[in-house]
Design a binder for this molecule. Structure first.
Ligand SMILES: Cc1ncc(COP(=O)(O)O)c(C=O)c1O
Length: 377
């Protein structure tokens, strides 16, 4: 058998795709550290789980497992259209918004065209650009992790095809304001697609957050695609449902590249049911508001710098090696996310949990940081 170095079957570009290193699962950490109690605050999932009515909707859908799902997710799109006040033709549903990023890349991105993306931001934009043999231009966020709109506009040239804006951004939790996005749209060249990823939009409290659907409606001459998901506030990450909103010619092209039966019957039924429970969204928002206050206060009391967040996660600067903090938290049964991938070496990202989980996380974090301070004396 040929060794790894001799293996030449693949496209060269595949080697450039950074290996995705998923965090350890609760089961892995329990086994490795012989712990009975492990909490995961790493992937920005909804700590309250899925809405209650989703369970029954899933059970009901089980009668139809032998039938292919509706390829266009029509019933779900009709419900979304009603809720969002758009037409069904303005919507497409994907297996997570992640799949829609791939569809958009397949449908519109030519080889050697340029993709502008903020840095740090969601790494999947880069992966998809690489697969399409397009170039990626990273535009650094400012020191306070806010968007640098001038730098984004300066990055546009004749090769630009996509501009990704993640608002709120992952891993920072910060938004792009209405005025900032309008400045980009005003200067958006005809052949450029603006992709606004709003995976965490339902958590936002800031009044300056734009009403992107209204902006899309009132700018029919601009190529804007909004990405949304059921993975975060709706608590359905495990079922993989996301959607895009855009003008009809764009949605029609996405349908052409879409895998025929991309969203399974169970997931379509669950997402439909989740829309019937607005209380779950409100309850989650209220919990996040309360817990953010608690976490901020404790971080401030302990002189830990953090990025104010409009999401269900917080990026914080531990002031020491973030990987070490990550490992030591894991040893104590708490899984968070280190930020090595973004070269934010002293940072970790924590998902906001319930009070008990947040307290456990912060107690352990401060213990680790205090020990380190003593070691350094
Ligand atoms: C900014 C952002 N966009 C998109 C996604 C993908 O979400 P989905 O589960 O809908 O594929 C994530 C997931 O973490 C995300 O953080």
């Amino acid at each position: 058998m040929a060794n790894k170095e001799d293996f030449k079957l693949h496209r060269k570009v595949v080697e450039q795709i950074p290996e995705y290193i998923p965090g350890k699962s609760i089961a892995d950490v329990k086994k490795e550290y012989k712990l009975s109690d492990v909490i995961k605050l790493a992937s920005n999932e909804n700590i309250l789980g899925a809405p209650k009515n989703v369970r029954q909707a899933i059970i009901d859908s089980l009668d139809n497992l032998h039938i292919y799902p509706d390829p266009a997710s029509t019933t779900l799109r009709e419900k979304l259209a009603q809720k969002l006040d758009v037409e069904v033709g303005n919507l497409i549903v994907g297996s997570g918004s992640d799949e829609i990023i791939t569809m958009i890349s397949h449908a519109f991105l030519h080889r050697n065209e340029e993709v502008i993306m903020p840095w740090p931001s969601f790494i999947r934009y880069l992966h998809n650009a690489l697969i399409m043999e397009a170039e990626t231009k990273f535009v650094n966020l400012r020191k306070d992790f806010k968007y640098d709109v001038d730098a984004i506009l300066s990055a546009i040239n004749y090769k630009t095809k996509f501009i990704y804006i993640t608002s709120p951004n992952n891993p920072t939790g910060r938004i792009m304001t209405h005025d900032e996005i309008m400045l980009i749209i005003k200067n958006l060249p005809d052949g450029v697609v603006l992709i606004v990823d709003e995976a965490y939009r339902e958590f936002v409290e800031d009044d300056e957050f734009p009403d992107m659907i209204n902006i899309v409606k009132t700018h029919p001459d601009k190529n804007i695609i909004l990405l949304r998901t059921f993975s975060k506030i709706y608590g359905l990450a495990g079922l993989r449902v996301g959607y895009a909103i855009s003008r009809k010619p764009i949605i029609n092209m996405l349908f052409r590249v879409k895998a025929p039966f991309n969203v399974n019957i169970v997931s379509q039924a669950a997402a439909y049911a989740a829309l019937d429970d607005p209380d779950h969204v409100e309850k989650t928002r209220a919990l996040m508001r309360k817990e953010k206050k608690y976490i901020y206060k404790r971080l401030l009391d302990n002189n830990i710098n953090f990025v104010p967040s409009e999401t269900n996660f917080i990026l914080l600067d531990t002031g020491m090696d973030g990987e070490e903090v990550f490992n030591r938290l894991q040893e104590s049964g708490i899984i968070v996310r280190d930020m090595r991938m973004y070269k934010l070496d002293t940072y970790i990202r924590i998902t906001i949990g319930n009070r008990e989980q947040n307290k456990k996380l912060l107690d352990n974090l401060f213990k680790i940081l205090n020990q380190k301070t003593k070691e350094n004396y």
